[in-house]
Design a protein around this ligand. Sequence first.
Ligand code: SAM
Ligand code: SF4
Length: 334
Amino acid sequence: MELLTDRFGRVHDYIRISVTDRCNLRCVYCMPEEGLKFLPHDEVLQKDEIIDFMKVMVQFGIKKVRITGGEPLLRTDIVEIIRGISAIPEIEDIAVTTNAMYLAKKAEALKEAGLTRINVSLDSLHEDRFREITRGGRLQKVIDGLKKAEEVGLFPIKLNVVLIKGQNDDEILDFLEFTKDKDINIRFIEYMPIGHAGNSWKKKYLSLETIFEKCKEQGLEYEPIDTVKGNGPSENYRLKGAKGSFGLIHPVSSHFCDNCNRLRLTADGYIKACLYWDEELNIRPYIQKDPEELIRLVKQSIDNKPENHEMALKLQDEATSHKPTWRRMSQIGG
Ligand code: SAM
Ligand code: SF4
């Protein structure tokens, strides 16, 4: 089988598909309070286009998929999208990233449709603070969603926590505590300057070294582990004696590009080989009409993939060698 290999020998077997740019929340690091100009419905890929796209991609070695957005569970046909992708024999792993507002309602149908596992975004364990960060989210809905996901067996469950200086960095130990008796993976993520660069981002950014410092302060012992399914760019650790684990995703302080195996498809049908790069190619016109041209564009995108995303330069106010993306995270699919 011909694999999707780039100039640096990185083989691409994983794609993140954004199925919508819309969201029912407005997280402070992701979307402005007033929302964004959302795509008209006819500009968003339809269910069959997404499934047909995947049928082409598996012929070139793609075997892992993450469905994301915007908020993917807002799509009324999300269960059918999952069913269609999971029915493709070459697909080994299909996950969803969600804010969990509708997870309790949909977990069972998603599992039955073939979903393997979920990532849930949860940046605070305090109701009022959670509402503030997400601008309207309800913590109880996340808790109910997690319970239901556990009940129906969407394992492993991962929690995404974006570390925001002055807003949730005092909860690091509470999140770590959470891993002690729950078989859950907490992924601390550095705040990225995607789509809204500048000083407002830098004021809120914290390096994930902070996690180790907190552990040391508290005398918490931890060890590296290598057993979390769907590991991605996360470095994983376990507190001594804990059931669960924690991971660090630090694209800014230390980029994770050496082993990058990911491609992204935006909700309006653009292929992006790098999260932070502005280059994107519109493959929508070819999905059902010309799979050869479709794959030619995918390969072109991979050929142009940079060696690393250069996000760290933003921290020092240095210019990148290429234009960073104009899209926000919700418009790319985080
Ligand atoms: N709505 C879903 C959710 O929140 O889980 C899926 C889409 S969201 C864009 C995917 C992930 O990107 C979330 O875990 C979110 O926390 C993360 N994210 C969004 N903006 C970010 C930023 N500026 N820096 C770091 N992570 C970000
Ligand atoms: Fe919506 Fe997810 Fe972005 Fe929050 S992080 S605004 S839930 S897309």
